[in-house]
Design a protein around this ligand. Structure first.
Ligand code: CA
Length: 726
C-alpha cells in the first residue's frame, strides 16, 4: 500500500518537475524522507510478525516469519498449476561467489544481499532497482574465510535494513533510501581471524550478530545492539577466555569448569555463532546456535577432555539482559567440526497429546533435535543421516553415547557425518500443513586423522589440528599424499555404511522422528545440497545444480515427494527461495551464482518460458588437457603439503571456491600474482604473501598442475570434477 503511494508520488514528482515547479518536487522529497524517518517503509515490528498469517504475501525475515519456518501461506502457485511457472524478471548482482541469502520481501520491496554484505533493494514486482548499498570491505578478510566470501542476508525492522559486511561491520540502512543510519565495528580483536557471513537477527529492540572464524583462531561471541542507535547492549561469549584474566560475564565462570585449565586459550577455542538464530517474541527468548572448537581435535584444545561449553550448543538468551536462560549442548567435547549453527525452526507440535512449543534443529552432528523451547528440555533426538560417532542420544541425560569409531585421535577413522555435517547452513523448511520438515541432508563421511607433526598455533591461519580426507578419488581425497600412509578406504570402510557422497531432500516427521520420504539430489556442484522453502500450495522448492554454474529450481510435491516440475536458471542455486505476492500476484524468487555475476531470479504463473542471457560459456572446456607439467617431484610434494595446510579448507569443494584442477590459462599465467599480490582480492582470494614465499607459490602451482593431470588421466566418471551423474 505504502509502496503504491510512493510510486504514484514519484510519477507526480516527475510531472511536476517537468512543468518547472521544482519547489513542489522538493517538498515531496522531504515528505518521503519524513516517511522513511518515521519508518513507514518496511516498518516490520513485533505486531506484524505475530500476525504474519494476516500478511501472507510478505516474507518478513530470512525464514519468512519469527519461527524461521521457510514456509509461505500462499497457495496461488500450487501442485496443479506449477507447470505454468515462468520467469517474471531477473536482476544481476555484482558478485561471482556463492549467493546464500534468501530475500526479505515486505511492502512491495525486496531486500537481498551479494557475497560481501552488499544490499540490493528491488521493486518486488518488476525487479527494478530502488537502491543498492556497497560496503567498503577490507580484502584482507578474504584470507581467513573457511568457505568463500558469502553473506546470508538482511534483517528488516521498523524502517531499517540491517546487514553485516564480510569484514565484521554491522550497518543499519534506511529502508527507503539505503542511506547508512549507523555503522558499528562488531570485531573486538582485529588481530584474530574474524569475519561475518551470517545475517543479523532481531530480538525485540536489539539487532544481534555473531561471527565466523573457528577454523582459524577466533573466540566466538554474539553482540546485541540497540536497533535505533546502534549502541552496544550486551555481548555474550560462547567460550571462556583464559580464566587467569577473569570472565566477561558470569556464565563463563561455570563454562570454564568444562575445560582443562591448560586449554589452548591462545588459539581462541572457536564456538563462533555464524548462522542460525531465532527469536520468540511471546517467550522473549533469543535462540543462538554455536559452532565448533579450535583446534578441532579436543586433545589438542582441552587435553583432559570435558564438555567444552558452549561449543556446539543451542543457547536461549534473554535479549533484554544478555543473560543465558538455558543451553543444550549437541556435541560435548566436539572434535569433528560439528557446529550447531544450523538454522533453528520454532513450531507448536502435538506430542503425546500435548501441544509443545518446540525448537527444531538438524545440526551437523547428524541428529534431529526437538527441544521444549521454553525450558530447553530435550523431547527427542534421532539420526536423520548415517551417524557413527555416537550410537544414540540418551533422553534422560540429553547426552550422546560416543563410540570408538568416532575417536580418531590415535588412528585414522572413517566417521559419519563429515565436517560438512549431515546438514549445513542451507535452510530446512517446516510445512505445518503436512507436518513435515524438509531437510537438505548430506550422506557423506570423511576420514579423520591426526597429522604426523605436532600442532603449532599459527596466527590467523587454519588451526584445525586434524586432517580430513574425502572418501573420493582425487587430490583432496584418496590420492592425497597422507592417504598413502593411512589405511586404505577398503579397510577403513569395513562394516561401515555406504561412503559414496550423496545428498537427499528428506521429508522428516518431527513428532515420530522418522523419514516420511526422500529424493536423492546428488549433483556435482559440491557436497552440501541446497536450501529449501515450502508453501501452502503443497510445494517444496529446492535448487538442483548441474555444476557450479548451471542449475534449476525444482518443485516437489510436499506430501508425496514427487518432482512436479523444474526450471533451468543461469547459475547454481544454494540458498532457499522466498515466496511472496505483490498486488495479488504470487512470485517465487531465488538467488543464483553465475559465471561473472550473480542473479536474482523471480518466477510467476504465465511468466516467460526462457531467459535471453543464459550463460553457457565456461572457464575451461571439459576434457581439454591441462597446461604442461612443471617442477620436480620434491617441489610437487612441498606444494601438496602447503596446499593441505593453507588452501584445501576452501578449495576442496567447488561450491566454496574454484576447483584448482580446472584453472583457466589466465589463472595459470597470473598464479603468483593471485597468490602473492592479491590480484583477485576483489573476487574473494586475498594475498597470502605473508605466509607463502615465491618458492612456496611455485611449489603449490606445480602440485596443482600435477593434480590436474591426475584428474585428467583418470577415466571420466571416477572423480568429483568429471562426474555429472553421481
Ligand atoms: Ca567449522
Amino acid at each position: 500500500m505504502d509502496e503504491l503511494r510512493l510510486r504514484e508520488g514519484w510519477s507526480q514528482v516527475w510531472t511536476v518537475a517537468r512543468s518547472g515547479v521544482k519547489v513542489a518536487a522538493l517538498l515531496f522529497l522531504v515528505a518521503i524522507d519524513v516517511r522513511v524517518e518515521a519508518g513507514s517503509v518496511a516498518d516490520v515490528d513485533t505486531k506484524r510478525l505475530l500476525n504474519a498469517d494476516g500478511e501472507p504475501g510478505a516474507w518478513f525475515t530470512g525464514g519468512r516469519d519469527y519461527q524461521q519456518s521457510y514456509y509461505s501461506p500462499l497457495s496461488g502457485i500450487n501442485k496443479n498449476n506449477v507447470r505454468d511457472l515462468g520467469f517474471a524478471w531477473t536482476y544481476d548482482i555484482d558478485a561471482i561467489a556463492k549467493l546464500e541469502a534468501t530475500p526479505v520481501v515486505v511492502d512491495g520491496t525486496m531486500f537481498t544481499t551479494g557475497s560481501r554484505g552488499e544490499v540490493y533493494a528491488l521493486d518486488a514486482r518488476t525487479g527494478r532497482e530502488r537502491w543498492k548499498f556497497k560496503p567498503e570491505v577490507n580484502p584482507d578478510v578474504m584470507r581467513t574465510l573457511c568457505c568463500g566470501p558469502v553473506n546470508r542476508g538482511v534483517a528488516v525492522w521498523r524502517g531499517k535494513v540491517y546487514v553485516a559486511s564480510l569484514d565484521g561491520y554491522l550497518y543499519a540502512l534506511r529502508a527507503g533510501t539505503g542511506a547508512v543510519a549507523w555503522k558499528v565495528d562488531t570485531i573486538q580483536d582485529r588481530s584474530r581471524s574474524y569475519s561475518i557471513t551470517g545475517a543479523p537477527y532481531i530480538a525485540k529492540d536489539r539487532v544481534v550478530i555473531g561471527n565466523s572464524g573457528a577454523e582459524f583462531d577466533a573466540r566466538g561471541y554474539i553482540t546485541a545492539y540497540d536497533t535505533e542507535s546502534g549502541k552496544l547492549a550486551w555481548r555474550f561469549f560462547t567460550v571462556p577466555g583464559d580464566p587467569k584474566k577473569g570472565f566477561e560475564h558470569p556464565e563463563l565462570a561455570s563454562a570454564a569448569k568444562t575445560w582443562d585449565p591448560n586449554s589452548r586459550w591462545d588459539v581462541g577455542l572457536g564456538g563462533t555463532a555464524w548462522d542460525g538464530m531465532a527469536y520468540d517474541p511471546v517467550l522473549n527468548l533469543l535462540y543462538v546456535g554455536t559452532g565448533n572448537g579450535v583446534p578441532q581435535q579436543q586433545r589438542l584444545r582441552s587435553p583432559s577432555g570435558g564438555d567444552n561449553l558452549f561449543l556446539s550448543c543451542i543457547l536461549a538468551i534473554n535479549p533484554d539482559t544478555g543473560r543465558l536462560v538455558w543451553h543444550y549442548q549437541t556435541t560435548p567435547g566436539e572434535s569433528w567440526d560439528y557446529t550447531a549453527t544450523q538454522k533453528l525452526i520454532l513450531a507448536d507440535l502435538a506430542i503425546d497429546g500435548q501441544v509443545r512449543r518446540v525448537l527444531m534443529q538438524a545440526p551437523k552432528n547428524g541428529f534431529f533435535y526437538v527441544l521444549d523451547r521454553k525450558t530447553g528440555e530435550l523431547l527427542s533426538a534421532k539420526p536423520y543421516v548415517n551417524v557413527t560417532w555416537a550410537t544414540h542420544v540418551d533422553l534422560k541425560t540429553g547426552r550422546p553415547q560416543q563410540t570408538e569409531q568416532g575417536d580418531y585421535s590415535k588412528e585414522p577413522k572413517l566417521v559419519f557425518p563429515s565436517t560438512h555435517g549431515g546438514h549445513n547452513w542451507q535452510p530446512m523448511a517446516y510445512n505445518r500443513d503436512t507436518g513435515l520438515v524438509y531437510i537438505p541432508a548430506i550422506e557423506l563421511p570423511e576420514i579423520f586423522g591426526m597429522p604426523s607433526t605436532p600442532f603449532v598455533y599459527r596466527e590467523r591461519r587454519v588451526n584445525r589440528g586434524m586432517l580430513v580426507l574425502l572418501p573420493v578419488a582425487g587430490p583432496w581425497g584418496l590420492d592425497a599424499e597422507v592417504a598413502k600412509h593411512w589405511p586404505s578406504i577398503d579397510v577403513l570402510s569395513k562394516g561401515q555404511p555406504d561412503y559414496r557422497p550423496r545428498t537427499f531432500l528428506r521429508a522428516w516427521n518431527p513428532i515420530q522422528q522418522r523419514l516420511s520420504w526422500e529424493i536423492e539430489t546428488t549433483d556435482a556442484s559440491g557436497y552440501d545440497g541446497t536450501g529449501v522453502a515450502t508453501t501452502a500450495g503443497g510445494l517444496v522448492l529446492q535448487g538442483r545444480n548441474l555444476d557450479e554454474l548451471e542449475g534449476r529450481l525444482a518443485m516437489v510435491d510436499a506430501e508425496r515427494g514427487v518432482e512436479l516440475h523444474s526450471i533451468a536458471v543461469p547459475g547454481s542455486i544454494h540458498a532457499a527461495p522466498a515466496v511472496y505476492s505483490v498486488a495479488g500476484e504470487q512470485y517465487i524468487a531465488v538467488l543464483a551464482r553465475g559465471r561473472d555475476r550473480g542473479h536474482v531470479v523471480a518466477f510467476k504463473l504465465g511468466g516467460s518460458p526462457s531467459l535471453e542471457h543464459h550463460e553457457a560459456n565456461r572457464d575451461v572446456a571439459e576434457g581439454q588437457p591441462p597446461v604442461p607439467r612443471v617442477g620436480t617431484a620434491e617441489q610437487i610434494a612441498l606444494g601438496e603439503e602447503l596446499f593441505a595446510r593453507t588452501c584445501v579448507v576452501c578449495h576442496a569443494d567447488p561450491s566454496r571456491a574454484p576447483d584448482l584442477t580446472k584453472m583457466s590459462r589466465q589463472t595459470h599465467d597470473d598464479f603468483s600474482g593471485i597468490v602473492l599480490k592479491g590480484t583477485r582480492a576483489g573476487r574473494g582470494m586475498g594475498s597470502f604473501a605473508d605466509v607463502l614465499s615465491e618458492t612456496d607459490a611455485k611449489a603449490i602451482h606445480a602440485y596443482l598442475i600435477d593434480a590436474a593431470w591426475q584428474v585428467h588421466n583418470r577415466k571420466p566418471g571416477n572423480t568429483l570434477s568429471n562426474n555429472k551423474t553421481r
